[in-house]
Write a protein that binds this ligand. Structure first.
Ligand SMILES: Nc1ncnc2c1ncn2[C@@H]1O[C@H](COP(=O)(O)OP(=O)(O)O)[C@@H](O)[C@H]1O
Ligand SMILES: [Mg+2]
Length: 202
C-alpha cells in the first residue's frame, strides 16, 4: 500500500495515515485502481441512498445514518469505512470530540429545517461546511458530506446540488478549486455563504 502513502496530495485532500492505509481491502497497487474501486463503491451507495424506499424510511440527519452512508460508500475498499477517525488531522476537530459534535450539528440542522429558520439550501450548505470542518472520517469526508447534503436536499423537496457540475470533485481542477475557495470563504466569514451557494447551485 506504499502507493497510497507516497501519493502527491492535491490541495485540501486529507493524507491517509500508515495505520489507515494498512486497512485497504482490495489487492491493488495504483491510485487509478483505488479511485476506480472507490467510485464503484460510491455508485452502489448512491443507488441505495436515492432509492425511494430508502428515502422514505431513513432520516439522513440521523447520527447512525451518517455512519451508515460512509460505510456503504467505502465498505468494499476500507475496513474503517463508517467508523470515526481516531487520529488528529490538519483539518477537523480533536478526534475525541467527534462523537459529541456530530449529534450537535445534526440537531442544529434539523432545527433550522423544521422551524424554517433558514432556507433549505442555506441550512444544507451550512451543514455541509460544518460537517467537512468536523472531518469525522479518515478519508472520503468531502464526497460523503456532499452526498449527504444531496440526499437531505431531496428529502426536503429540493433538487440535488450541482456542485459546479464537477463530476466528483476529487481530482484537481477548476471545479475543485472553486469549491475549496468557497469553503474557505465561509471559514473566514460565517456570513459569506454566497460563493458556496453560487458554486453548489451552478
Ligand atoms: N478549509 C476547508 N474548510 C472546510 N472544508 C474543507 C477545507 N479544506 C478541505 N475541506 C473538505 O475536506 C475534503 C477533503 O477531505 P477528504 O477526507 O480527503 O475527502 P475526499 O477523500 O472525499 O476528497 C474536501 O473535499 C472538503 O470537503
Ligand atoms: Mg481524500
Amino acid at each position: 500500500m506504499n502507493f497510497i502513502l507516497n501519493q502527491k496530495y492535491s490541495d485540501g485532500n486529507t493524507p491517509i495515515r500508515p495505520e489507515e492505509a494498512e486497512q485497504l481491502i482490495p489487492k491493488i497497487s495504483t491510485l487509478a485502481e483505488l479511485n476506480e474501486y472507490e467510485a464503484v463503491n460510491i455508485l452502489r451507495a448512491r443507488e441505495w441512498a436515492f432509492d425511494n424506499r430508502t428515502m422514505k424510511s431513513n432520516d439522513p440527519l440521523d447520527e447512525v445514518y451518517v455512519r451508515e452512508l460512509h460505510h456503504r460508500m467505502f465498505d468494499n475498499v476500507w475496513k474503517w469505512a463508517g467508523t470515526y477517525r481516531q487520529t488528529q488531522r490538519n483539518i477537523g476537530c480533536d478526534p475525541k470530540e467527534i462523537v459529541q459534535r456530530i449529534p450537535q450539528l445534526l440537531a442544529n440542522a434539523r432545527y433550522w429545517l423544521e422551524n424554517k429558520t433558514l432556507p433549505v439550501d442555506e441550512a444544507l450548505l451550512r451543514f455541509h461546511h460544518q460537517l467537512t470542518k468536523i472531518h469525522p472520517f479518515a478519508n472520503g469526508n468531502g464526497r460523503h458530506a456532499r452526498m449527504i447534503a444531496d440526499i437531505a436536499a431531496v428529502k426536503y423537496g429540493q433538487a440535488e446540488f450541482t456542485w459546479g457540475a464537477g463530476k466528483d470533485l476529487v481530482a484537481a481542477g477548476d471545479a475543485r478549486t472553486r469549491y475549496l475557495a468557497a469553503l474557505r470563504a465561509l471559514d473566514a466569514d460565517e456570513n459569506d455563504l454566497k460563493s458556496l451557494f453560487d458554486f453548489a447551485r451552478s
